[in-house]
Design a protein. Structure first.
Ligand SMILES: Cc1cc2nc3c(=O)[nH]c(=O)nc-3n(C[C@H](O)[C@H](O)[C@H](O)COP(=O)(O)OP(=O)(O)OC[C@H]3O[C@@H](n4cnc5c(N)ncnc54)[C@H](O)[C@@H]3O)c2cc1C
Length: 439
């Protein structure tokens, strides 16, 4: 008989969860509310006064000091285990922080790259020595980090990476060579989680300190939105990485890359919920004040329908995020926290919910796209102007449907292209078209 006492990933289709098994934002306890308040305070005190400099002057370098300030307020430590100076918080807490930090705009991307995809590979796959060396400083923001998977020739098809890692004759270091593309936080990061192939085929993770040498940072990309976030190429030129900095098992880099993306997708869904609420906050009061044809525009059916559509999508996205967070926390709570492989086992629990992570990413980001689109529309000409905020939200949300695996990739039913569980050949949508015998 099964020992399982919680509904697992995808099981909502097969069995109804008991009401007590479903987490909603109303279930947050005092501690979780306090951490959420810290995120609100951070935005009010540190981001709002610098909004112009960050978002409209595109001061990407400011991200370094902002991350350090966030670290001082505990906002980088949520996912880091307590024994390494972190909070070891549950997923519901992690998600409320992602939801609220989204209100910071560009900084949300910098926060996600630092506290999420940049730190989590070490939390879940690092050795005890690697965790002790890096995690305490990542949790405070003393060390800034980035996650370097994408390359100029390989985005969705991440395993087609061409970056190489070659063991030196002394057997002490791997020499990394290649180019990583669109790396968030690259402009100021001290540490990079890099994926490269050993002997041409063993896709492997590495912890690369910029101080190792051979790391060249390209120019800042000129982007449509999230203009205050740093996005650069990272060029590796015979970068010497000690063998002790191999992350996880040689040849199992895909295991790290895709499991970390599961968490990144989940968090992006949560931050999209925050974006939906912000769009409503900025647009609904306007519709009650703006009068046309002698009546508030909120009295017109077409405007009411827009508000209803966005509110319903935000409600559904929020429910998906916190329900899944609660189920995941239940799943993780079944593990022995004192076991040496607790962190690794925790990420395997997240993997059980990888389908939910993708659904949350796709639905959440589409909901936010709708919220930004309809928000601009409800404000008419004012929506198109910088002063009202929605113009920026409209530009900023666009990236959400592209990074952390495009929405097409997350929607691919077999997920072979992003989880590598099955071969591309067996996937009807990823499989390259067959050439006709005549061509
Ligand atoms: C601002 C920004 C920040 C980023 N930050 C990071 C970062 O920190 N670290 C990092 O490693 N990467 C980062 N990325 C890279 C991002 O994850 C990739 O851009 C994304 O995965 C898509 O890859 P691509 O751009 O190469 O597009 P491609 O993979 O070339 O895709 C192009 C189009 O083809 C579609 N497509 C591809 N394959 C299929 C398929 N099988 N079926 C259907 N459609 C398909 C895609 O959905 C997309 O619409 C960032 C990108 C940007 C723009």
């Amino acid at each position: 008989m099964s020992q399982q006492t919680y509904p697992t990933g995808g099981e909502f289709l097969l069995r109804a969860a008991a009401p007590a098994e479903i987490f909603t934002p109303e279930d947050f306890d005092e501690n979780q509310r306090m951490i959420a308040q810290a995120a609100r305070d951070f935005i009010q005190q540190k981001i709002d006064p610098r909004r112009e400099q960050i978002e409209y002057q595109g001061d990407t370098a400011l991200g370094a000091s902002l991350l350090q300030e966030a670290g001082a307020m505990g906002l980088l430590a949520v996912d880091v285990p307590e024994r390494f100076g972190g909070m070891g918080a549950d997923k519901a807490t992690v998600m409320i922080i992602s939801e609220l930090i989204s209100r910071s705009g560009s900084f949300a991307v910098q926060h996600g790259a630092q506290a999420g995809i940049g730190t989590l590979p070490i939390v879940y796959f690092g050795t005890e020595a690697q965790k002790a060396r890096y995690l305490p400083r990542l949790a405070t923001g003393e060390l800034l980090t980035a996650y370097a998977l994408t390359e100029p020739g390989s985005g969705s098809d991440a395993l087609a990476a061409r970056t190489t890692a070659t063991l030196n004759p002394a057997g002490t270091h791997y020499l990394l060579n290649g180019v990583k593309q669109y790396i968030s936080n690259a402009g100021f990061a001290d540490l990079f989680i890099v994926f490269a192939k050993i002997d041409g085929d063993k896709f492997t993770g590495f912890i690369v300190e910029k101080a190792f040498g051979g790391v060249v940072i390209g120019a800042e990309e000129k982007k449509m939105g999230i203009k205050g976030s740093s996005t650069c190429q990272v060029i590796l030129e015979d970068c010497p990485v000690p063998v002790a900095n191999v992350l996880g098992e040689i040849g199992k880099g895909h295991h790290i890359a895709f499991n970390i993306l599961n968490v990144g997708r989940f968090k992006l869904g949560a931050s999209s919920v925050g974006g939906c609420k912000l769009a409503l906050e900025w647009s609904v009061p306007y519709t009650t004040q703006r009068e046309q044809f002698g009546a508030p525009i909120s009295s017109f059916g077409l405007i009411r329908a827009k508000i209803a559509d966005v509110a319903a999508a935000a409600f559904a996205a929020e429910s998906m995020v916190y329900r899944t967070a609660g189920l995941l926390d239940r799943a993780i709570a079944t593990l022995d926290k004192t076991a040496p492989d607790y962190d690794l086992k925790s990420i395997l629990k997240v993997e059980e919910f990888s389908i939910e992570c993708s659904m949350i990413k796709v639905f959440g980001t589409e909901a936010m796209a709708l919220a930004a689109e309809e928000g601009v529309q409800m404000l008419g000409g004012y929506g198109y102007c910088q002063e009202y905020g929605l113009e920026r939200l409209y530009r900023d949300e666009r990236i959400n449907r592209i990074f952390e695996g495009t929405n097409e990739i997350n929607g691919c039913w077999c997920r072979a292209c992003c989880c590598a569980r099955r071969s591309r050949e067996s996937c009807p949508c990823c499989r390259p078209p067959r050439r006709s015998p005549r061509s």
